[in-house]
Every structure is written in C-alpha cells, then in structure tokens.
Design a protein around this ligand. Structure first.
Ligand code: PXL
Length: 280
C-alpha cells in the first residue's frame, strides 16, 4: 500500500507533513511526500514566518516519479499555497493515482469561521473544483461552510450541510460539528459512509482552539483507510486519536500554536487500529 501526502512543511508548529508523515507511516503503509512549500512556522498564530513556494520543483519531481513507474493507492492533499497548486494536485491525481485508487482532499482554508491568511473567495471556488475530483473530503466546519456557501454558525443542521457537500464529493467527513444537548457539548464528526448514508460520531468536547487537529484527524483517517478499515471504523479511530491528543496537549499546557501532542497518543491509536484490522 503506497500513499502520497501532498502538503507543506511547516518546520515549527506541528501540522501538515510533519504530522502526516509519522502518522500515516506508523499506520503500517509507505508514505511518500510531495512538499508544496517550506515555511519556518505555519501561518496560524505566528508572524514573520518565511514561505518558500516549491511549485517550480514539482513538475520535475513528478516526471522523475513517472520514470520510476510509481503509482499510488491513496493520494491525500492538504495545504496548498495558490490556485496553481490546486491545478498541480489535479495533474498528480491524473498521472499518479492508480485506476481504483482513493483521492482524499483536506481543503485546508480556515478555522473558527474565518479563512486563514493567503486565502480568498477565488481560492474557495477553485477548491470546490478539486473536491469534485475527490472520493473523500475532510473539511472542518468552517471549510464545509465555505465549500457550500453556507454562513458559518455552530449548531447548524449538519445533516443538511452533508447533503450539500454530497454534490461535491460522495464521502465527506466534517469535523468540529459541536452539538449542545442536555448533557453538555459534544464534538461530533458528521460523515457519509460507503453506502451514501449520513452518520455521526461524537467525542468529548475539549474547550479551546488547537492548531493541527485537522491534520491529525485526516492523517489517522488515511492511515486507517490505507489498512483496509471501513469508513465507520476509520472515522471512529481518527476522532478518538485526535480527541486524546487534544486532551493531552491541554494537560501539558503547551501553547496551542505549537500543535498537538499526538506522539504520546500514537501507540494507543496503533493498537486500536491493529485490533480493528485483525477483526476484519
Ligand atoms: O494545519 C493547517 C495548516 C497547514 N499549513 C499551513 C498552515 C495551516 C494553518 O494555519 O498555516 C502553512
């Protein structure tokens, strides 16, 4: 099983490839990487960061891989620095994804109801086009709203949101759908399974904004799907791992912009993944 992760390298502030590569590899599959840019830190919560766009290098990288005959079972794309990089991901999909391979798009664009710096409505429109080429998309609530032209709000009709996303991609999974009920708030993932049924999976809500949580979730989901689990199992394992990592980070008292302590929760995730794979 060979996975390609397309994402930036943010050298500090655990997110994108510094999160995807260890989690997907540890899941027990080969994870190759295509870096889209190198930044000294990510852009959420730091100022003065460097940003080197690697777009110029990518055609030669793809040409070399084609000369090696490489093809991928799964391709996951994450943070893309420009509209031309969205086009580049479409090319990579066309040229390097196996015929029955899985294209997964994490439409990284924003959080907490706001787009990240560097992104605008024109980028959102192009990202909709990339999502149309995906089998699975993993937006957070902010990104799901942007992709469906829905005004951002919490406690939305999430099932209706999933139905709207269904016109872009058959298997969306939306994180951060908070639901407040009599017993308090739950952090819920709404997702569509292989049969087209909308389902949800709830975990404990930990107060606070934790940077890199979407990357931990997407990477664990990819790792589980790559090991052959179904969507129900992959969502449950990925959501539990992300929540455990958030709780540990909060207990550590680390500044949120430095990312999640997923390392200390990795063994638990891998043991559960192994058990799920053995159960079949
Ligand atoms: O975690 C998402 C992400 C990835 N890469 C870069 C980012 C962000 C979010 O801010 O800035 C460079």
């Amino acid at each position: 099983m060979r996975v390609l992760a397309i994402n930036d390298i943010s050298c500090v502030g655990k997110c994108s490839l510094t999160v995807s590569l260890p989690i997907i590899s540890a899941s027990g599959v080969t994870c190759d990487i295509l870096p889209t840019a190198i930044l000294s830190t990510h852009t959420g919560g730091f100022t003065g960061y460097t940003f080197r766009d690697l777009s110029e290098d990518i055609p030669a990288i793809i040409a070399h891989w084609k000369s090696l005959g490489l093809k991928y079972d799964i391709i996951i794309s994450g943070y893309l620095g420009s509209i031309s990089q969205i086009e580049m991901v479409k090319t990579v999909r066309r040229e390097l994804l196996k015929e029955n391979g899985l294209m997964i798009v994490d439409p990284v664009m924003g959080d907490n109801g706001k787009l990240y710096v560097h992104f605008d409505q024109a980028f959102v429109e192009q990202m909709k086009g990339l999502c149309r080429e995906a089998d699975v998309i993993v937006p957070n609530l902010t990104e799901a709203c942007a992709l469906t032209d829905t005004p951002y709000a919490e406690n939305l009709d999430y099932a209706a949101l999933l139905a709207k996303l269904g016109s872009l991609c058959p298997r969306p999974s939306v994180t951060g759908c908070d639901e407040t009920g009599a017993s308090g708030t739950l952090c819920t993932v709404y997702y569509t399974d292989e049969a087209g049924k909308v389902k949800k999976y709830a975990t404990e809500k930990v107060e606070g904004a934790f940077h890199g949580a979407g990357d931990v979730y997407a990477s664990a989901l990819v790792g589980a799907l790559a090991r052959g689990t179904d969507t129900d199992t992959a969502v449950c394992l990925a959501a539990d791992f992300t929540t455990a990592s958030i709780k540990q980070t909060k207990a550590d008292g680390t500044e949120a912009r430095y990312g999640l302590n997923s390392e200390s929760c990795m063994l638990g995730f891998l043991e559960k993944l192994d058990a799920a794979v053995k159960r079949g």
